[in-house]
Design a protein around this ligand. Sequence first.
Ligand SMILES: Nc1ncnc2c1ncn2[C@@H]1O[C@H](COP(=O)(O)OP(=O)(O)O)[C@@H](O)[C@H]1O
Ligand SMILES: [Mg+2]
Length: 303
Amino acid sequence: MIRTENLTKVYNGKKAVDSLNLEIAEGDIFGFLGPNGAGKSTTILMLVGMIEPTEGKCFINDIEVARNPLKIKEIIGYLPEDVGFYGNMTAEQNLDYFARFYAMDATERKKRIEELLELVQLDGVSQKVGGYSRGMMQRLGLAHALLNDPEVLFLDEPTANLDPEGVFQYRELVKQLSDEGKTIFISSHILSEVSKVCNTIGIISRGRLIARGTLEELKKEFGRVGAENQKIIVETVEPLPEIEHEDIISAEYSETERKVIIEAKSDIRDYISSRLFEKGVRVKEMRMEEPTLEDVFMSVYRR
Ligand SMILES: Nc1ncnc2c1ncn2[C@@H]1O[C@H](COP(=O)(O)OP(=O)(O)O)[C@@H](O)[C@H]1O
Ligand SMILES: [Mg+2]
């Protein structure tokens, strides 16, 4: 279990993480979602004990991180945003180097490293790490994070720069690790990534947690928050004229100009209808749509 209590980090008088209160249950795959600079990496660094909070506390399995850094190291795995390995060594040599920090004898290390290289599909790669692609580096980073068979795994932007196949493999791996009972904390600025693998989500913006819940709960929350915000989709036979109304927040026209997605503060369907009728533009379809997680995200971001 992961828990933070008013967790705060101040850099140069600015709160990078601001009174964060989080509770993540054992076995959860938690998605920590937010734009660049929101405070995701800083939060993770405090959770893994690599930097100290300015204020507040964090706990993993009820152990306070800042007071027990060594104990924490034994139960967590951490994939940093930018993984770094020795370029003149192979994957196996790199992992063996890091495995020496854990209490494992040579035979144990060898066995564990073989297992892990197979898991991340780097077994049989004799190439030195310096020549690795970004995706291979990321997979080696994951193997490194799993060396001590951690109970809790922190992955900071794990899919950044992975190719589609790499992303797919990573997702499968996360599911497999979750099935083994690990608690997984994933940070990302990519909504679709989080919504595909995570069962609970927290949205962070400017250091503050601004929404928290399951995908379903967040969608509902958006429904409430955006009760005045409507998403109206109009498809027409003729190209659309520009539609102006003071309640329109945004209007996204398709390339063919025969479809527009309007976000408005009120239900302006009647207004749109009469405006199109006036211009002799025939309506093929006009509908209001359920908010997607993307909408939730955008709405929460704008607040
Ligand atoms: N070591 C640091 N020194 C000063 N400011 C930092 C440092 N690390 C992060 N920050 C600032 O803290 C804020 C949050 O950064 P970060 O946690 O890296 O965000 P994210 O991972 O969500 O992109 C940013 O404004 C960033 O510039
Ligand atoms: Mg970051």
